[in-house]
Structures are given as C-alpha cells and as structure tokens.
Design a protein around this ligand. Structure first.
Ligand SMILES: *Cc1c(COP(=O)(O)O)cnc(C)c1O
Length: 360
C-alpha cells in the first residue's frame, strides 16, 4: 500500500501541503539550532506576529465584519456548550435549541444546567434524517438566543440556510466551518473545534459579535468569560500555540487555493459523486432527505449489516482509512472535509463499486 486516504471524522486529515510545511519548519529549526514555534513564548514578537497573521487571514476568508472578535480558545467545542449560556443568558431564563443530531443533544444537555431549554424543533422524531420547516418551529420569543448545529457530524445532516430571528443566533460549526462562504453578520456567535476543518485538536475558534461580550453571569470561572479572553487577546493564560500555528497554515493554504468559493466547488463535487454512487445502488443506503445531506460527513449503511466489518477491513487494506461510522449509530461514514481530495473520493467510489460486485 503506497497511497492512502484518511476519512477520519476528527481529529481529521490535514492537507498534505500543510503537513509538509510543519515538517520542514521543525526540521529547519532543528538544523539552524533555533527554537521552534512550540518552544517560544506566546508573548514573543514572533508568536504575536503569527497570531495576528492567523486572525487576518481568517477575517479575509470569512469576510468577518469589524464588530466581531475572533477568539483562539481551548476546551473544545464542548466547552462552548457551557460558555454560550454562561455568557448570553443575562437576566433571561430560557434559550432556544434546535435538535438535529447527537451534537445538538450534547449542547442541550449542558444548557439545561443553566436555564430552561426550549427545543424549538426536534429531528429525533424522524430518526435525524430530516429538518422541520423553519416556519413551523416553536420559538420561545423571550429566550436569550437560539443555538443550532449547521452540520451534524455523526448523523450527516446539514442545513442549507441560516435561521434568522430577532435574537442572537449561535452556531456550532465544528465540522463545517470554512467549507463554504457564510454571512457572518447573521450570527451572534460561531464556534468550532479545530480538529475537523481548521487543524489539530486543542484549539477552538470563537467568532463573536462584540455586544455579546461582557455579560457573563457572576462567579463563573474566569476562563469561561468571553470578556477576559477578549481583553487579553486569547492569552489570559498560555494558549495552545502549536494548534494556533497549524490553523494559520491551514488558513493560508485555503487562501492560496482561492478561498471559500473555490473550496465549496470542490466540496460539492466530492459530495455529489459520493451520494450519486450510494443512490444508484441498492447495496448502499443513505436515508437523509436530499436537501439536508451533509457535504462534509457522508453516512451510509450496507443493505446487509453482516458485511460491515468486511467492508471496513477491506477498505483499510485498500488504503481507505477510518470509514467506520460513529459508535452510536454504526454503519459507515466518509468524512470529506476540505483536505480530502477528489482523488480520494474517487478511490473510495471505485472501492465501493468493486466491493459491491464481489458481494452480489
Ligand atoms: C466534534 C464536534 C464537537 C466536539 O468537539 P470537541 O472539540 O471534542 O469538544 C462538537 N460539535 C460538533 C458539531 C462536532 O463535530
């Protein structure tokens, strides 16, 4: 096996160009006996320059308006499940949550520790394969905000629009950020763990409208207050410098590719190819309503479950890694984030068609 493609859902594959750059940066530091990026102060001129460059490139990629702050935090997307209610509730007693899958459920569970959660729509009733029309959602108008998950990484369900209401919209974009252009001005907060489409684990990007900073409920840990993080430029304590450095490289890689319009074209091609293969066969199955199928995480099952293990093992022997579905729902999942090439998806499709022929 000389060539392999990694379909891991997260931590996910990095673009090969970024891996090569990391490797050469460290080799160069070692050769010149200079300190590498992980061996210098986060307050050094070199690191601050890198941090500012990362912020500038991300601002450019997403056209982030001036009244938004970008935070480079730790604690994963999961820590945002707590930080969002802690910082946005103010004197309100409730929040709206959209339930479209397993990550929504986790966010809801955490929010319930702080307030009354109004589940304004629940895809659990259809087995997480469809999203109720927005006009039928039961919104609590007095709630502090609405939280939703634009792309459900485990269930393979993705929104094709942004819900708009007269309250801050909060989005967990962990598995779809930077996969397409978005209108940041429609959001109160966008957050994302870095290990899917931004870089390596340890970093969480938070893009927050500045009027939402500074309202945290009293006596919470200082690390959970957007104000302390923002006032200190995400350096209240030592940030995850390595993950920050990798993010900067991924942002530059995307910019060099032509930005988000260009990556969206590639992402569309990859997803369309894969869903077409699934739909044209009775051997593979995906039940998500076409409109809401994820462009990032393509889930599918085999008509004969008994073949699952054989499929996964044979795929691996053929250089197609991490194709196994999440343990909660089983089956298969091909995560095709920005770093996955059309070549990789083509290899998967060829394998799927070959496997089907042998088994039927
Ligand atoms: C992976 C993922 C998370 C969890 O991220 P952590 O960084 O592990 O906390 C949350 N939400 C979504 C949508 C995810 O894909």
């Amino acid at each position: 096996m000389n060539k392999f493609f990694n379909f891991s859902a997260g931590p996910a594959a990095l673009p090969s160009q970024v891996l090569e750059k990391i490797s050469s940066d460290f080799a160069c530091a070692s050769k010149t006996k200079n300190a590498s990026v992980v061996e210098i102060s986060h307050r050094s001129v070199e690191f601050i320059e890198l941090a500012e460059r990362a912020e500038r490139t991300l601002t450019e990629l997403l056209s982030i308006p001036k009244n938004y702050k970008i935070l480079f935090l730790q604690g994963g997307a999961t820590q945002q499940f707590s930080m969002v209610p802690i910082n946005l509730l103010g004197n309100k007693k409730s929040s709206n949550y959209v339930n479209t899958g397993r990550w929504s459920i986790k966010a809801i569970k955490e929010a319930k520790r702080y307030c009354n959660v109004n589940i304004c729509t629940d895809s659990g009733v259809n087995g997480f394969v469809d999203i109720e029309d927005f006009c039928n959602w039961k919104i609590d108008e007095k709630a502090a905000y609405l939280h939703y998950t634009p792309n459900e990484t485990i269930d393979g369900l993705e929104f094709d629009y942004i819900p708009e209401l007269d309250m801050p919209i909060v989005a967990d974009m962990s598995s779809c950020i930077l996969s397409r252009p978005i209108d940041v001005s429609k959001f109160g907060i966008i957050y994302a763990g870095a290990q899917k489409n931004i870089g390596v684990a340890g970093l969480t990007i938070v893009i927050i409208r500045d009027d939402l900073i500074g309202n945290a409920i009293k006596n919470q840990p200082i690390m959970f207050d957007y104000l302390s993080q923002s006032e200190n430029n995400s350096m209240y304590n030592t940030p995850c410098t390595f993950a920050w450095y990798v993010a900067a490289l991924v942002f530059e890689w995307l910019k060099d590719l032509g930005g988000l319009e260009e990556i969206l074209k590639v992402n569309k091609i990859k997803a369309d190819m894969l869903y077409k293969t699934i739909d044209e066969s009775d051997f593979y199955l995906n039940n998500v309503v076409e409109r809401y199928r994820s462009n990032m995480n393509v889930v599918f099952s085999l008509a004969d479950k008994n073949l699952d293990k054989r499929f996964i093992d044979t795929a691996k022997e053929n250089g197609l890694l991490a194709i196994k579905g999440h343990k909660i729902i089983g089956g298969m999942r091909a995560s095709i984030y920005n770093s996955m090439t059309i070549e990789g998806v083509t290899a998967l499709i060829n394998f799927m068609q070959e496997f089907e022929k042998i088994k039927t």
